[in-house]
Design a protein around this ligand. Structure first.
Ligand code: SAM
Length: 263
């Protein structure tokens, strides 16, 4: 039987996260640019170039915590522009209907509107309904700036492993730990003072952006997260020869890409 105390904590965290993204949905894309000074675009470009969607023919991709569809659209653009692939498909999954609605608005302005290449689906990454997301379905599972918001990382990894085909790739882009002490100090100052201030000025919402900063602080280190990925049954993806650990730091660890292959 469910343990009432953990259940209520879990529900309150999920409610809180849903509330945070409800409030920020309409300003999310603008805030992303403002907070990261546009750098999130470079990180997302690195993420997509590493995955090279379309390079081995059309794929089925699931982009979890996909929000307004930023990663999904980049996957489709990369496949089309680099490999002439118009058959790769991405399912964008998010727990928050408001974020998905913003994504659908955005989709209307693209060439993928009204094509089978992209779908927006509301679901919890920790428990993807099996009728919509059967076992062994996807070639690639992406999650960008989403896994730190969930209540149980192991549950998300278990579901990622379940829905991927054997040999499929798990890829996560997330804020991580800065190791250089000087950079760490500058970054701390920036995130604890500038980000909530930008939240107040641009989105009229300090608390949600404060929450986002704190969630970054609580996220496991690169090595601990890599271990969790291995524990879920993934092998080191081999995308990072020479890095050794299955991850690649971007900007000294401000962000980081982890990959794994389903065994
Ligand atoms: N991936 C997008 C990007 O990189 O621009 C959006 C990232 S946004 C910071 C985090 C997203 O995670 C939000 O849209 C939020 O609703 C979603 N999210 C949080 N918890 C989730 C969960 N348990 N299942 C699915 N999505 C979740």
């Amino acid at each position: 039987p469910p343990n009432p105390s953990t259940t209520s904590t879990k529900e309150s965290k999920e409610g809180l996260v849903r509330g945070v993204f409800d409030t920020v949905a309409s300003s999310y894309d603008l805030m992303n640019d403002a907070m990261s000074l546009g750098v999130h675009r470079l990180w997302k470009d690195s993420f997509i170039s590493l995955l090279r969607p379309g390079s081995r023919g059309p794929i089925r991709c699931i982009d979890v915590a996909g929000g307004t569809g930023d990663i999904a659209l980049r996957v489709l653009d990369h496949a089309r522009e680099t490999y002439g692939d118009r058959e790769t498909r991405v399912d964008v999954v998010d727990i928050n209907g408001e974020m998905l609605k913003e994504g659908q608005k955005r989709l209307k302005k693209t060439m993928y509107h009204n094509t089978p290449q992209i779908a927006f689906l509301e679901a919890n990454a920790q428990a993807l309904p099996t009728e919509t997301f059967p076992d062994n379905t996807y070639d690639v599972y992406t999650i960008a700036f989403g896994i730190r918001n969930v209540t149980s990382i192991p549950d998300v990894l278990r579901e990622a492993h379940r829905v991927l085909k054997p040999g499929g790739t798990f890829a996560c882009l997330e804020f991580n730990k800065v190791t250089n002490p000087v950079l760490a100090q500058v970054y701390d100052q920036y995130s604890f003072s500038v980000i909530p201030l930008l939240g107040t000025i641009l989105a009229g919402d300090r608390a949600s952006y404060q929450y986002l900063v704190e969630s970054i602080r609580r996220f496991p280190s690169q090595g601990d997260f890599a271990q969790m990925i291995a524990d879920a049954g993934f092998a080191n993806g081999g995308n990072f020869e020479g890095d050794g650990g299955g991850w690649r730091d971007l900007w000294g660890g401000i962000a980081c890409i982890h990959t794994g292959v389903k065994l």
